[in-house]
Design a binder for this molecule. Structure first.
Ligand SMILES: *Cc1c(COP(=O)(O)O)cnc(C)c1O
Length: 446
């Protein structure tokens, strides 16, 4: 696994990833949701924290259930954890026109949100002669991905048809590849009648191993939309059990509804598993609750260094557009880090960063690669020197939290950490990293 990790590039800005905090957060969430189990969402390079660091650390701590959004993410994760890891990997966002056999071969499970996606999964199962595991993703109110009621009708009918077909994957390909629902049933009967000459039974092309839905407003505890979605899910789940009694019998059936906010606020937590992302990274999904109040510790510390310190006279401007002019003689400190590293330009003249435990304002526009701080006149800002470490994102005490950045940038903390760009090395620190010999520095480049 370590071999798959990227080498650090030596970037000035680095994201330290505290794997001990990560594992603590995972245990906190797991304890909150028990007896439901934790499925770790590590999409978008583990929300900017580096899947190469996060997934193996969680795996080493005993976690086996992972989710990502896309097929390339799922394939990369499968390769990272290795073919014999025993990990379950689910992804749910893909083009049904794409070749999904890579998923079938790697045992990657697919969230199904359209009849077209189900056909693609069936095609992948048939093309490989194996079974593609699928989770039926139900739209219970979010209106984003997931099966609508009429799409669910089509999917149920298709799965019933499929169950009636001959169970030989190769035979099914030959006899019913282009068959309609009606003739497929006939073909099933015919195959039973000629069992002596049929191929040995093989697995069905698809198997339902999960039912899932996603909440719209779980970050607002008590919101009636969540109650509505829970009711709709129960109704649809009951219907699936009635209409697909065999399909839902898998003993490893995974029923997942809750994202982090639902996992941390609903009582009881619905489903067999929760799909938790942001909470694992020590970031609060709630507007009015901090990570600390939830017992979570931020995993990422984003650091940089002071690359220049200079005296400037009163009236001097800072950065493009000269949108800031200092009122008195002062000192500017130049810090590596800009929107090319994922720091939103809008934070210029709004945000601050920490040096030596003290906050200094970001003045003028944030550029692609660098930003300027007004550190005050020599007597005041004199303790800042070239080479000093700058905490750009910390836990709110060490440096500004992702929530503070989100406020300055009129967005959410999820976006702040996820957008930290590939130019920034991710360096693993923590119990696991400290006990390992040699340089454990790893960079994320995805
Ligand atoms: C991103 C995502 C999650 C994880 O949500 P968090 O709020 O980060 O826990 C769960 N399910 C789906 C479908 C998602 O897209």
């Amino acid at each position: 696994m370590a071999a798959a990790a990227q080498a650090a590039t030596g970037s000035v800005m680095t994201a330290r990833i505290d794997t001990a905090a990560l594992i603590d957060n995972a245990r906190t969430v797991a304890a909150r949701v028990a007896p439901a189990q934790l499925m770790a969402v590590v999409k978008a390079d583990a929300y900017g924290h580096s899947t190469d660091i996060v997934a193996p650390a969680l795996y080493a701590a005993g976690l086996r259930d992972f989710a990502v959004a896309t097929v390339p993410e799922a394939v990369a994760l499968s390769q990272l954890l290795g073919p014999d890891s025993g990990a379950r990997i689910l992804c749910w966002l893909f083009d049904p026109a794409a070749d999904l056999t890579v998923c079938t071969r790697a045992g990657i499970e697919l969230g199904i949100s359209t009849p077209e996606a189900l056909e693609a999964a069936i095609a992948a199962g048939r093309a490989t002669g194996r079974t593609q595991d699928v989770h039926l993703k139900l739209d219970t109110g979010l209106g984003r991905n997931g099966l609508s009621l009429s799409q669910l009708d089509t999917v149920i009918e298709r799965l019933r048809t499929l169950a009636a077909e001959p169970s030989t994957a190769a035979g099914a390909q030959a006899t019913t590849g282009t068959a309609t629902a009606g003739t497929a049933r006939t073909a099933g009967t015919a195959a039973t009648g000629t069992a002596g000459t049929a191929e040995p039974p093989a697995s069905a092309p698809v198997r339902v191993t999960g039912i899932m839905t996603h909440f719209a407003n779980a970050d607002i505890p008590g919101d009636p939309a969540t109650v509505d979605q829970l009711h709709r899910f129960d109704t649809l789940y009951g219907r699936l059990q009635a209409e697909l009694p065999h399909a839902l019998r898998a003993d490893d059936l995974m029923v997942t509804l809750a994202n982090s906010p639902a996992a941390l606020s609903l009582d009881p937590v619905p489903g067999s598993h929760v799909r938790a992302g942001i909470s694992l990274y020590g970031i609060s999904p709630f507007e009015d609750k901090t990570a600390a109040q939830l017992g979570l510790t931020p995993v990422m510390t984003l650091t940089s260094r002071v690359l220049n310190v200079k005296d400037v006279p009163a009236g001097h401007g800072a950065s493009y557009g000269l949108t800031y002019r200092c009122e008195r003689d002062t000192r500017f400190a130049l810090v590596a880090g800009g929107y090319g590293d994922g720091l939103p330009r809008i934070a210029g003249n709004r945000g601050d960063v920490a040096i030596g435990g003290r906050r200094y304002p970001i003045v003028g526009r944030i550029a692609m690669d660098q930003m300027i701080l007004d550190i005050g006149p020599a007597v005041d800002g004199g303790q800042v020197a070239i080479g000093d470490e700058v905490i750009i994102i910390g836990d709110g005490t060490t440096g500004p939290s992702a929530e503070e950045w989100a406020d300055w940038c009129e967005t959410i903390n999820y976006e702040i950490v996820t957008c930290i760009s590939a130019r920034v090395d991710r360096i693993a620190v923590g119990a696991d990293a400290a006990s390992a010999p040699g340089d454990r520095a790893r960079g994320g480049d995805r």
